[in-house]
Design a protein around this ligand. Structure first.
Ligand code: DC
Length: 226
């Protein structure tokens, strides 16, 4: 008797520079899971709204502008990259202007509603694309987007170590301030949801974090490689 291969959903939440992106990409590679970076969704939407002169304080204007932004995705390697009106994001979404504004737009309920169905739809994109599952990184994946995910990890690290990692990437980013705003917002605040597995990566290397999570995931895929 043969059983269908399971389709796994892995949620990886974590603060700025917690290592979630590198970890998610490594797991995507190792297990042939579709990788989705939801931070890039908030960043690209922020960029688009700033370009249109929309303020995060004006929710009606935000909602009106969002209604005119058609979403899609492009598969690049093992990642699903957001498209807005056929365009994918570039380096501008990692710049200081977006860094300074993204938490404010991410706190607007209309922005979160706009991205929720899109982010959930990525599971179907992964199935259709022949992936063995989905690894999605963000702040509310295990709490709001996929609370029933097969794995829900919550990565955190000491703020000093995270600032060191960002500086090593050559980025200017007020990570503590962003985390404070993200945790304080009313809609989908950034918290470790009940039942998620917290991982403190302060004293772990990236390969150690990846190996630790991979050892938990592998048995669910029958131990076989793609
Ligand atoms: O992961 P990142 O640092 O690129 O995310 C940028 C911002 O997007 C972050 O400060 C908060 C917001 N975000 C969010 O509110 N929910 C998510 N699922 C992902 C990101």
């Amino acid at each position: 008797m043969t059983t269908a291969a399971p389709f796994l959903i892995v949620a990886i939440d974590g603060g700025a520079a917690s290592g979630k992106s590198s970890t998610s990409r490594a797991l995507s590679e190792q297990f042939h899971l579709l990788h989705v970076d939801t931070g890039s969704h908030y960043r690209f939407v922020t960029h688009q709204l700033l370009e249109r002169g929309v303020s995060p304080e004006d929710e009606a204007a935000v909602a009106a502008a969002l209604a005119a932004l058609p979403l899609g995705q492009r598969i690049v390697g093992r990642s699903s990259v957001i498209e807005i009106a056929g365009q994918i994001p570039g380096d501008e979404i990692r710049g200081p202007r977006v860094n300074e504004n993204v938490s404010r737009f991410a706190a607007v309920p209309a922005v979160r509603r706009f991205l929720l169905a899109y982010q959930r739809s990525q599971a179907q994109v992964a199935r259709t694309g022949g992936f063995r599952g989905l690894v999605m990184e963000g702040r509310d994946i295990g709490s709001v987007i996929f609370p029933e995910a097969d794995f829900r990890f919550f990565l955190h690290a000491d703020p000093v170590e995270r600032a060191r990692r960002r500086a090593a990437e050559g980025q200017t980013d007020s990570i503590a301030e962003r985390d404070r705003l993200d945790a304080a917002r009313k809609t989908a605040p950034f918290v470790c949801p009940a039942g998620a597995t917290p991982i403190d990566s302060t004293h772990m290397t990236l390969p150690q974090v990846v190996d630790h999570l991979a050892a938990l995931i592998a048995p669910r895929l029958g131990g076989s490689q793609p």
